[in-house]
Every structure is written in structure tokens, then in C-alpha cells.
Design a binder for this molecule. Structure first.
Ligand SMILES: *Cc1c(COP(=O)(O)O)cnc(C)c1O
Length: 416
């Protein structure tokens, strides 16, 4: 039996609790959706003001040099690198995860086509975040060279497809819906043993779980900065390429920002011999600049400690739902085993959508994903143990009072 007092005690003992003060969260809100849109670092307001008023407003075009706007994609990339087991010069921040997948997929397929021309299968998961599958489909259609996408059911299904002519595998490190967490190193080994290449989508793992892209010998990675990294709505995404692949091929969105000498204004494209060859064109500088506020908080914290607290909080959430809401038939779809769990807990419930709306009305913000999935994101830098206690108490009240049956919760907004 877990008590409120016990949660208060865990909060007292929590070494990460001081970080909550770095974030601006509304009063009376328990925010369990930082895996979709991270909370705002307090500092980002001041930084936005500085960029808009000073760098743009006063220094105008000089800021490309003076404020090093030009260097932002790699300067921020070097910072993010520290969170994902990459080195300086291996990461750029640019564009969106969706676009970055197109770039690295092109590179991976091209590299493979030279070595293994008969390999025409690109593997993804059935349960992948849809944009990943859509981009693979669009890419296959565009190049029109007989490639096929093959969808797997999950980790256990990988060996089945790897018996075929696989060129590239695209996997989400942590699944956006279930929270399933792949063991990067052993999956890489399995894929490399069959001479295929791996692209990791880190959207739900960067800033949520420790990882080492180099040590685990990954090939390519992409991911969002607006989820666990708190970069702000739509902030540009990360892209990492293993050094051994970097200069082998240039990606087809070969815009001037990726050129070797952009300001030569040369007539033909020549890619930079650096990770900058993965850039396309001019970036949203204001949005990109704000990413630094979130990353700087992470760089003061310890990823291992964040992971430990994340597991304690998800454990607590799962145990409390079991203890307080057992009669309401929430079906846990997130792995109980820590080895396979990312940083959120998801449940299936027939009335998931309505229940989430009723929770939001009470200030507990989680989200809903088709089909019937209630998703609760755990962000250890700004959530405590009592928050989890309170969130589950609110859930219990909604269920006991059948509050979710109110017809206003039936109306579906465009964004769910
Ligand atoms: C959130 C998310 C995306 C989003 O991509 P955008 O290009 O930023 O819209 C992609 N992949 C996964 C796995 C995600 O969770």
C-alpha cells in the first residue's frame, strides 16, 4: 500500500527536485505530456526577448556573424551530442524529424545500394509513429527502383525479416504509443550481422533515457527537440550520422546551407566535408535559439539520475493505478520490465478519449492516441512523486463520479 506520506518523503529525498524551478508551469496543472510538447524553461522568455529585440531588432543582418546564427545548427548539435553518446561535429540541429528521416534514409539506401544492389527491403514497425512510414513510402515511390517497405510487429519479429534482402531498418528507440524501449546495442548487432543499416528515431528517447550512439555502433539517428528536450513548439530536430558514413554520400535535399562554400555562390553543388552537408536552407533562428535553454538544463543534470527517477515515477504511476483504480479496467500496454520501458505509461481503455478530456478539465494533462490509448509522459526534471499521487487521485475521482460521461468530453478537437 503506497500512501501520500510516502510520496512526500520520496520528494524530500529527490536530488533532482531543484530543477523544477527552472520551468514555467501553470499553477494547478500536473503536466504529463512533456513527451509531446516539453514544458517551457523559464529562461526561454528572456532569451526570446533578447533575440527578437537585440539580435534581430538592433543588430539586424550582422547577427549572422555577430551572434553566430550561422553556427547555431552545429553549436547546438555539439551540446545535444553529449546527451546521446555522440562527439562534437557529429550532430546538426535542423528542419524537422520528418525531413531529417528523408535525408538519412536517402544516405543509408544509397550507401547500401553500392555494396548490396540486390537488397531492396526497408524495414519499419507497424506501430511506428506514422510519419516514419509515410516518408519511407514517399521515398520508395520517388526513387522508383523496386524498393519495398516491410513492416514488423516489434523486436521479436526482426529476425524473420532479417532473413530477407534488407537494406535499411528504421526503428523508434522508444515507441511513442506503448513506451516499448529497444536495447540499442543488441539490436544494432542483430542488424549488422545481416549487413543491414539502422536508423534510430530518438523522438521519445532523447532526454528521456541514456544512450550511446557511438559505443553501440549505430548508423544514423534523428529526433525531436520539442519533446523531452523542451525546445519549444516545432523547434528544429536533431540529426546524427556515424563518422564512417558521413562523407560517403550527400543527401538529395542539397540546399546551399550544406554546400562546401555557401558564400561562393557556386553554380553547382558540392557538399561540405562535415555534418553540415545534412543541412538544407535557412533555419528558423528564433525557434532554434530557444532549444539551448532546455539543453542547458539537461547538461547540468545527470542522465543516469534522470533515468532512475523516471523509472521510479513510472513504477509509482503504474502501482497507484493498480492500487486506486483496479476496478476501472485500465489495461497497461507499457512493459513492466525496466529494460524495455521508456519514460511514459500507457493504458488502453474503451473510453480513453473522454477520460483524458475529463482529466485535462481537472488540470491533469495527459494525452490520447488512437486506438483507445491514454498516455502519461514522465519528465523527471519537473515532476515529483506527489504530482503522480495527485494525478492518480484525480483519475480515480473521474472514474468514481463517471465524470467522463459528460457529453462535452465527447467532442473531438482537430488535435487529439
Ligand atoms: C513526435 C514524433 C515525430 C514527429 O516528427 P515531426 O517531423 O517533428 O512532426 C516523428 N517520429 C516520432 C517517433 C515521434 O514521436
Amino acid at each position: 500500500m503506497i500512501t501520500h506520506e510516502q510520496c512526500l518523503y520520496w520528494d524530500q529525498e529527490d536530488e533532482l527536485k531543484k530543477f523544477k524551478d527552472e520551468f514555467a508551469l501553470p499553477k494547478n496543472v500536473i503536466y504529463l505530456d512533456g513527451n509531446s510538447l516539453g514544458a517551457r524553461p523559464k529562461k526561454s522568455l528572456e532569451v526570446a526577448q533578447h533575440i527578437i529585440a537585440k539580435e534581430w531588432g538592433e543588430d539586424l543582418i550582422n547577427s549572422w556573424n555577430k551572434a553566430d546564427w550561422w553556427g547555431l545548427p552545429t553549436r547546438l548539435g555539439d551540446k545535444v551530442a553529449q546527451l546521446i553518446g555522440a562527439e562534437k561535429g557529429e550532430v546538426v540541429i535542423s528542419d524537422s524529424t520528418t525531413l531529417n528521416l528523408f535525408k538519412v534514409l536517402s544516405a543509408a539506401v544509397k550507401i547500401q545500394a553500392e555494396k548490396f544492389p540486390e537488397r531492396k527491403i526497408i524495414v519499419a514497425e507497424k506501430d511506428a509513429f506514422p510519419t516514419d512510414i509515410y516518408i519511407i513510402e514517399g521515398f520508395i515511390d520517388l526513387i522508383n527502383q523496386g524498393y519495398q517497405v516491410e513492416l514488423i510487429d516489434g523486436a521479436d519479429d526482426l529476425s524473420r525479416v532479417l532473413a530477407k534482402e534488407v537494406a535499411v531498418v528504421v526503428l523508434s528507440h522508444v515507441n511513442y504509443r506503448t513506451g516499448y524501449f529497444y536495447d540499442m546495442e543488441s539490436i544494432n548487432q542483430q542488424i549488422h550481422a545481416k549487413d543491414a543499416l539502422i536508423i534510430w528515431d530518438l523522438c521519445h528517447s532523447v532526454g528521456a533515457v541514456p544512450m550511446d550512439l557511438n559505443q553501440s555502433n549505430s548508423d544514423f539517428a534523428i529526433g525531436c527537440t520539442y519533446k523531452y528536450l523542451n525546445g519549444g513548439p516545432g523547434s528544429p530536430a536533431l540529426l546524427w550520422v556515424n563518422r564512417k558514413h558521413r562523407d560517403q554520400f550527400w543527401q538529395p535535399l542539397s540546399g546551399w546551407w550544406g554546400h562546401k562554400k555557401p558564400f561562393d555562390m557556386a553554380q553547382h553543388y558540392e557538399p561540405a566535408n562535415s555534418i553540415r552537408r545534412y543541412l538544407c536552407g535557412t533555419q528558423p533562428i528564433i525557434s532554434m535559439s530557444l532549444i539551448e535553454c532546455g539543453i542547458d538544463i539537461f547538461l547540468q543534470a545527470d542522465m543516469q539520475q534522470i533515468r532512475e527517477k523516471s523509472l521510479k515515477l513510472t513504477d509509482l504511476f503504474i502501482q497507484l493505478v493498480q492500487q486506486e483504480c483496479a476496478q476501472f479496467s485500465f489495461e497497461l500496454i507499457t512493459p513492466l520490465n525496466h529494460k524495455y520501458r521508456g519514460s511514459h505509461a500507457s493504458y488502453r481503455h474503451e473510453f480513453g478519449y473522454e477520460i483524458i478530456q475529463a482529466l485535462i478539465a481537472r488540470g491533469v494533462i495527459g494525452d490520447y492516441r488512437e486506438p483507445e490509448v491514454l498516455r502519461f509522459g514522465i519528465t523527471p526534471l519537473y515532476l515529483g512523486f506527489e504530482d503522480i499521487w495527485n494525478a492518480v487521485q484525480q483519475l480515480k475521482q473521474i472514474m468514481l463520479n463517471s465524470e467522463w460521461k459528460n457529453e462535452r468530453y465527447l467532442v473531438r478537437s482537430e488535435v487529439t
